[in-house]
Design a protein around this ligand. Structure first.
Ligand SMILES: Nc1nc2c(ncn2[C@@H]2O[C@H](COP(=O)(O)O[C@H]3[C@@H](O)[C@H](n4cnc5c(=O)[nH]c(N)nc54)O[C@@H]3COP(=O)(O)O)[C@@H](O)[C@H]2O)c(=O)[nH]1
Length: 722
């Protein structure tokens, strides 16, 4: 690693470690004299080496540092001046005392000029020599300590410079006028400026215009006194030349006012550290966005909608104005989700969100509460008609089909509207009442809008209670099957039974399916209920077969949702296997509408069921847009003539529809069951029209299994006149 500056940084050496030892080199050609020096200069911590010539001394010095050189002036190979020159030339810091027998003062002066520290004449006085040596070593020690100190200082300065200059934070100082007096190189990477270009320029040059006033106020505050740091979040502007998508960087700035000696403390300047918190801010923004927005559509979520609605209510109250809340629910969204999968469902939700957004003005809020539920806030309306116009626009916006990967899809929505102050004064009430109004739209055919009507509230409460009860009904074993016989006039026996669901409600008593099947479908409970019905009907049929009625056929009603959601084919065949029933003795009733909207692949499932031997009947045949083509696509086994045709029957030739249906059945080799037979005349007319199997109150009403058992044992009970 290298650091900015001229030298690599290394930790300072421990200069004190060698301070106790003084190395002294004696350079004299007189061996006897050389040997006397260590004796007269002996002292703890002193070590001596000796040489007899300049050349030997240089060679010694080349390998060893000395604190002091005791140098004879006149040596065999040169004068001591030569060694002094060598020491200067090699930038050596050894102290030198010349010990010379020269009388001439010039020699002494020359030696001192060439760098000797002292000059002692031979023969020397021991005390004089000792003083000179002590003084030279003392000086050498001081210089050594000084050098060590300055080395430590330099190292420490280099360390601090390194820390500041390589800091990931922006570090700067401002002078008393708020202009940069120092800024570390980080400014280049962070904001794209050359540091020199900023020197002496005001700090505010770097601050985004929106934040300038704030930072100026802060700097001018009396609390910005020396030692009292402050922290502020602000945006610094990037150099325009810096290629970056953001024009600013958000920093957390810690400022510490500096006090100059003797000057007005407030004007001494500022030391600042700015940390780039853009990433953190971005993460915070994302988290906050996610907390208040729906991830799929990026629309405001329930929390933000409530917040905006509460604000809008407060504002409307102040100005005695009005606002509208809409509850928008996609019709049959579940079908798309279950049939095409969640990815398609998501695409549809996004597309609808975009269409709805486009119908609204700035200031209105469209939110997604979850699932297929959206809400709209119109914060400022003059009359209910204003909301009506927007609701109509919303319905219109969905008129054009939406492109899904499976093809075009025509989505519709049901819209409920509540008004402030008329329908409530709180966000909860307004949203709930819009929801109730939406619910009414659903019940009366969908794809429309409706204002909240207080009378609906009671109805809604009842519905909520029913929903809650229905969720618990299976667990509390409140369902029961009744069975209605299908009789053959020719054979005078019960050939089949239709299983019809009843709910023994703990408070409301026995409820027919008309009162709860649709609710179960809407709540997504129908799958479990159908499974129970199928299981129960098969178990009962197996029981009756066991009792000897082995030719009976059991009809079971299925919901369109059963074909959407699960593998109905395996559910049915597994149930048959479980109860050891021949497949042909179970008949599943499907409606014409299921055939017409084959989005869930009903045809393929019907074919698979038929291939497995299961009978399939078309219920209420003739009431929809029955087309012969459907009968080819859906290989059903039975047509059930709807009771509306039977009711109108006054004579054998009075109903061309029944004639047509019986003709079709013959053509396609299908069984026919006429339902809703209430009178003997109807039975006779049907018989004349070639219809043998009948079902209706004329023979028997749907009844619990125990009663049906007695009819099975005594079929005459269900043939009143025949
Ligand atoms: N998904 C499921 N749907 C079911 C189930 N059980 C029933 N249903 C559906 O509910 C519809 C109404 O059933 P219900 O109230 O039981 O009415 C049946 C009969 O009681 C009634 N009927 C029979 N004979 C006559 C008659 O002579 N006159 C008259 N006014 N009504 C009569 O008709 C209903 C049976 O009709 P159908 O199914 O068309 O044969 C019912 O239609 C089912 O769709 C269930 O378990 N799951």
């Amino acid at each position: 690693m290298s650091i900015p500056g001229d030298q690599p940084f290394r930790p300072p050496r421990d200069a004190g470690a060698s301070e106790a030892v003084f190395r002294i080199l004696i350079v004299d050609d007189d061996p006897a004299l050389r040997r006397t020096f260590p004796h007269v200069l002996a002292h703890a911590g002193r070590t001596f080496d000796e040489t007899g010539s300049i050349a030997e001394a240089i060679s010694q010095l080349e390998h060893q540092h000395y604190d002091l050189v005791l140098l004879d002036y006149r040596l065999p190979d040169a004068t001591g001046l030569a060694l002094l020159d060598w020491l200067v030339e090699h930038r050596r810091d050894e102290a030198v005392i010349i010990i010379s027998g020269e009388d001439a003062i010039d020699a002494a002066i020359g030696a001192l000029r060439r760098g000797a520290d002292d000059y002692v004449r031979k023969p020397y006085h021991v005390a004089q020599l000792q003083r000179a040596v002590d003084s030279a070593l003392h000086k050498a020690a001081l210089e050594k300590a000084n050098r060590a100190m300055s080395q430590r200082l330099k190292a420490s300065e280099r360390l601090h410079r390194y820390l500041v200059e390589s800091s990931p934070d922006l570090i700067f100082t401002l002078d008393a006028e708020g202009r940069f007096s120092y800024i570390n190189p980080r400014v280049k990477a962070l904001l794209g400026y050359e540091r020199n270009s900023l020197m002496r320029r005001p700090f505010t040059t770097l601050v985004m215009p929106e934040d300038v006033e704030r930072i100026c106020t802060l700097l001018a505050q009396p609390s910005a006194l020396p030692g009292e740091s402050f922290n502020v979040e602000l945006r610094l502007r990037r150099n325009r030349g810096a290629a970056h998508e953001d024009d600013s960087v958000t920093v957390s700035l810690t400022g510490i006012p500096m006090q100059a000696q003797g000057a007005d403390p407030r004007k001494a300047g500022l030391y600042g550290v700015a940390r780039d918190i853009s990433e953190r801010k971005r993460a915070e923004e994302i988290i906050s966005f996610q907390a208040y927005h729906d991830q799929l559509t990026h629309l405001p979520n329930r929390v933000l909608f409530k917040d905006r609605l509460e604000l809008a209510i407060a504002q409307a109250q102040r100005r005695t104005g009005a606002l509208a809340v809409m509850f928008v629910d996609i019709d049959r969204f579940k079908l798309v989700n279950d049939t095409y999968g969640h990815a398609e469902g998501d695409t549809l939700l996004r597309a609808i969100a975009a269409r709805l957004s486009a119908t609204l003005r700035r200031g209105d809020t469209l939110a997604r509460l979850g699932g297929d539920e959206f809400t709209v806030l119109l914060p400022d309306i003059n009359t209910p008609e204003d909301a009506e116009v927007i609701a109509a626009k919303i319905l219109d916006a969905l008129a054009a089909p939406i492109m899904l990967s499976q093809g075009e899809y025509r989505a519709t929505v049901s819209v409920g509207i509540s008004l402030f102050p008329r329908d409530g004064a709180t966000a909860e009430d307004l949203t709930r009442h819009a929801d109730i109004a939406m619910y009414q739209v659903k019940r009366s055919g969908k794809n429309a809008f409706r204002f909240f009507d207080p009378a609906l509230n009671t109805h809604h409460r009842e519905r909520i209670t029913l929903e809650n009860d229905l969720r618990d009904a299976l667990g509390r074993a409140e369902f029961e099957l009744h069975y209605q016989p299908q009789v053959s006039l020719a054979q005078r026996r019960i050939v089949g039974l239709e299983a019809l669901l009843r709910w023994n409600h703990p408070v409301l008593g026995s409820l027919g399916p008309a009162g709860f099947i649709q609710v179960a479908e809407e709540l997504g409970l129908i799958g479990e209920i159908s499974t129970w019905v199928l299981e129960q009907a098969c178990a009962q049929l197996a029981q009756w077969r066991h009792e000897g009625h082995d030719q009976l056929r059991m009809s079971v009603n299925l919901s369109p949702f059963d074909f959407d959601k699960r593998d109905i084919v395996s559910s049915v065949t597994e149930c048959l296997e479980r109860h050891d029933l021949p497949a042909g003795q179970i008949e599943l009733e499907i409606t014409e509408s299921m055939m017409m909207n084959d989005s869930a692949g009903v045809a393929a499932k019907v074919r698979a069921l038929r291939a497995a031997g299961v009978s399939v009947a078309i219920d209420d045949f003739g009431t929809g847009y029955s087309a012969l083509a459907y009968l080819q696509k859906f290989p059903v086994s039975t047509l059930k003539i709807d009771r509306s045709f039977v009711r109108d029957l006054e004579g054998p030739m009075t109903n061309p529809i029944i004639s047509a249906i019986t003709g079709i059945a013959r053509g396609f080799d299908l069984d026919i069951v006429a339902e809703g037979v209430e009178q003997a005349e109807q039975a006779e007319a049907l018989q004349m029209l070639g219809c043998d199997i009948m079902q209706g109150y004329y023979f028997a009403r749907p009844a619990p299994a125990a009663e049906v058992r007695s009819w099975l044992q005594q079929p005459s009970m269900v043939f009143p006149l025949h």
